[in-house]
Design a protein around this ligand. Structure first.
Ligand code: ZN
Length: 401
């Protein structure tokens, strides 16, 4: 822990030094050092190639040092960092890449390193009418951020960092805390009228999850997976969930009712632990969650009032919890795929977001063998299938404890 803190402090110092070197063009000391370490000179073309390191956190926007007017900028990997025409870099995903500046005089290669902490929405897609609460990962506690939107007709942001999507289009949300500028590129899409959010709880496992993913892939449908801690050999399934564009969401590190609802602290720990694990492993910051048993559960009654307290506190801890309004009953009443299909399709309603509860626990043939037909039914009847995101309107049950 101590070591991590020191690294972070060094990061800030580095930033300060860098800023000094950039702002003072007459100051040769820093640049000379850089030349000694990284440059090669091509005498023929008189092109100086230097390597400069630039560190960013997620969502941070920083102007490149030593940039020249009318130069051309390009990024080797836009998934990691993008660069504007004016040489401003935006950290999009944890990792390393190179940004190149070409001018008449020289070519500079900037080695870009994006750290895995910062504001966790470098790029985000919202639907009209949705809202999104800006969040920072645990390592950055940005305070007193001044927020602004480049187009308030498309999306607004309030003092607390809550974005509201108004109209279809692209907009840039900026925040400045005095040290850094954070940038979030928001795309607003029109909200379809009839939405189905397919959700799968209790996975991943090697029997059910790949079959579910294959069916979703074949039908070009994105869904939401509320996972438990994967077994070490199942992490590849979680990675597939992310890579194929589904939402990775949190059910909890453990599922045992008699353990996780012991106290608020224990429950929070059960979520934080899984979120931090996924972030460390995949660089994905999960904020969408679902209570084991749902928020309406009565299995937590051994601790009176725990659900009332948890449902009030969860937002403040940086999570958005989702129950469901369509129950496939694949973990209970449904005896075969036909019943799973019937339970879902008979409960779908037009004009709302239908959040469908299903499971990808081991051997769940009741759902595997109903899913393809279910999706085809939905499409035929005018439904659009979407993954739940941090900005999706929540579906909540009434609390019974
Ligand atoms: Zn569950």
């Amino acid at each position: 822990m101590r070591l991590m803190k020191r690294k972070y402090v060094q990061g800030i110092l580095f930033g300060v030094l860098f800023a000094t070197a950039v702002s003072c063009s007459a100051c040769g000391g820093k640049r000379d050092e850089a030349k000694k370490s990284g440059e090669t000179v091509n005498a023929k073309e008189n092109v100086v190639k230097k390597k400069e390191a630039v560190k960013l956190v997620l969502s941070e926007a920083k102007s490149l040092p030593d940039k020249v007017k009318d130069a051309e900028f390009s990024s080797a990997d836009k998934k990691i960092a993008t660069v504007t025409k004016n040489g401003v870099v935006h950290g999009v995903k944890r990792g390393k890449t190179t940004i190149t500046m070409k001018s008449d005089k020289e070519v500079i290669h900037y080695q870009i390193k994006v750290a895995k902490h910062g504001m966790v929405y470098p790029k985000f897609t919202m639907l009209t009418g949705e809202h999104l609460d800006i969040q920072f990962s645990t390592k950055v506690k940005a305070k007193n951020v001044k927020w602004s939107s480049t187009n308030k007709k498309i999306a607004t942001i309030n003092k607390k960092g809550k974005i509201v999507a108004k109209k279809r289009g692209n907009v840039i949300i900026k925040g400045n805390d005095g040290k850094r500028t954070y940038v979030s590129k928001i795309t607003v899409k029109k909200r379809p009228k009839n939405i189905v959010y397919l959700t799968f709880d209790d996975g991943p496992n090697s029997y059910t999850t790949p079959k579910v993913l294959n069916i979703l892939k074949k039908n070009h449908v994105k869904a939401t997976f509320f996972e438990l801690r994967p077994a070490s050999y199942d992490f590849k399934l979680t990675k597939r969930v992310i890579d194929e564009g589904h939402t990775l969401a949190l059910h909890g590190y453990k599922h045992k009712y008699y353990e996780i609802y012991k106290s608020e602290k224990v429950y929070k720990g059960n979520l934080d632990k899984l979120r931090n694990l996924f972030f460390k492993k995949f660089g994905v910051w999960c904020t969408v969650s679902r209570f084991p048993g749902g928020s309406s559960n009565t299995v937590s009654r051994y601790n009176k009032g725990i659900m009332t307290r948890l449902t009030k506190k969860l937002d403040g801890w940086g999570y958005h919890y989702f129950d469901w309004n369509v129950d496939s009953e694949d973990a209970g009443g449904a005896r075969n795929p036909q019943q799973t299909f019937h339970n879902v399709t008979s409960e779908l309603c037009k004009g709302r977001g239908n959040v469908v509860l299903m499971h990808d626990f081991y051997g769940n043939d009741k759902t595997i063998n109903a899913l393809d037909k279910m999706i085809k039914y939905g499409k035929k009847h005018g439904y659009v299938f979407l993954p739940i995101t941090a900005s999706t309107d929540a579906v909540h049950h009434g609390v019974n404890n």
